[in-house]
Design a protein around this ligand. Structure first.
Ligand code: DI6
Ligand code: FE
Length: 405
């Protein structure tokens, strides 16, 4: 049996933001793909005394980071829009010139599956080299059957090719395609009756998401998608309260949703419903920053209500063109005033919760051996600085690798 003993590390086990035990001079034992034992070196059981050892050099060992909200698979570029905005064009003018989500849809439809794979591969590798071992990837730039399937196949292929666990999310209800202009209900019927069953039949769907917003889909349309998802026993999540309060967080909580994401306009009723259902609040500081939002998610109230908080990149071409996990830890602290412990719990234990994973996000016996070793002395350093990558090594399901720097 393959056994690895990592010694000379400080282990941040991260059970949650308030239970952030740091064990000095610790040892983690990996057997095959899983963590078999964690503790201080003087308690290491005899059976592991003579196993192969890896010297962690006194660095900090955390669970591998988990990015629980990304839109990683897309083609084209929105750099021109970025530039147009900085030259004074309004959002409407850009949309009228074929911009916005629909411009990414056009490019994604035109790209082959291999082209999409190559584009997404670079982004996924960037995350891996920053200590990410698990991500979620959404569809939503196809808005018609073939392209939604193509995006989800690429997401699955990334998980098969890379040392990375990939969770797929079906987000066909992301925007209204031109083919259904003025017929949002008709599009939702197409999503529920044709697209979701087809994607499910190919084994491409782990969860279902909707963009519930004035410029997305209504609460009633969202509920229709949720009812369909539930009829297939699929978990749901929601882009909720990003630009306005649509009462979406309460809706997704009522469907026992895994997470409600964004949440700048979240109400007290939404918080109470999420707390009751155990729905995770996924905060996306990259989108907040890039869109130059001024309204903050209600962090204090979420904390007081005991809602688990996760942090993710929201990597996408329109509102968060950022593939930097460590930067999100930093921004969670600087923009949202999370403590470093909360930020790290947000990209480990709580991100695992947001993905419905029971076997990742913490360092304890029985969990998968997804680990990141950092050349730092205290975990807060991961949040404090960015731009210098302190990742020394990572283990994915027990497999060791070093980052490309
Ligand atoms: N909310 C967002 O911020 C992104 N999608 C969503 O539902 C925007 C995606 C894009 O502009 O391409
Ligand atoms: Fe998003």
């Amino acid at each position: 049996m393959s056994i690895q003993v990592i010694h000379n590390v400080r282990v941040a086990a991260i059970a949650d933001a308030s239970d952030f035990a740091l064990t000095d001079d610790a040892v983690v034992v990996i057997e095959q793909q899983n963590i078999a034992w964690v503790g201080p070196i003087h308690q290491l059981p005899d059976t592991y005394q003579h196993a192969e050892r890896f010297d962690g050099g006194g660095g900090v060992l955390t669970p591998g980071l988990i990015d629980c909200h990304t839109h990683l698979v897309w083609a084209g570029s929105r750099a021109n829009e970025f530039s147009m905005r900085l030259h004074g064009a309004s959002y409407e003018e850009i949309a009228a010139a074929g911009g916005g989500i629909l411009s990414t849809v056009k490019a994604t439809r035109a790209a082959s599956e291999d082209e999409l794979f190559d584009l997404a591969l670079v982004r996924a590798k960037a995350l891996i080299d920053q200590g990410v071992t698990e991500i979620e990837i959404k569809s939503g730039y196809g808005l018609e059957l073939e392209t939604e399937l193509k995006q989800l196949r690429v997401a699955r292929r990334l998980g098969e090719t890379l040392p990375l666990k990939v969770h797929t999310t079906f987000l066909a209800a992301h925007a209204l395609p031109i083919e259904y202009k003025d017929d949002a209900d008709g599009y939702i019927d197409y999503v529920c009756e044709r697209m979701l069953p087809a994607a499910l039949k190919e084994g491409l769907v782990d969860a279902v998401d909707v963009f519930c917003e004035r410029i997305g889909f209504s609460r009633a349309q969202t509920e229709k998608v949720f009812m369909t998802a539930k009829s297939f026993n699929l978990p749901v999540k929601l882009h909720a309260e990003q630009l306005s309060d649509q009462d979406g967080a309460k809706l997704v909580a009522d469907y026992q949703g895994l997470s409600a994401d964004h949440l700048e306009y979240l109400s007290d009723a939404g918080i109470a419903a999420m707390a009751k259902a155990g729905t995770v609040a996924v905060l996306l500081p990259g989108a907040f920053y890039f869109l130059r939002e001024t309204k903050y998610p209600p962090i204090t109230q979420l904390r007081e209500a005991g809602v688990p908080i996760a942090i993710a990149t929201d990597a996408n071409p329109g509102s968060s063109p950022i593939h930097q996990a460590q930067l999100m830890l930093h921004m969670a602290c600087t923009l949202f005033r999370l403590t470093p412990e909360e930020a790290l719990a947000g990209m480990t234990v709580n991100a695992a919760k947001a993905l419905g994973s029971q076997t990742s996000g913490q360092i304890k016996a029985g969990m998968q051996a997804n680990l990141a070793l950092w050349d730092i002395h205290q975990p807060a350093e991961l949040c404090y600085q960015f731009g210098v990558n302190p990742l020394q090594a990572r283990w994915f399901q027990g497999r060791f690798s070093r980052p490309n720097k």
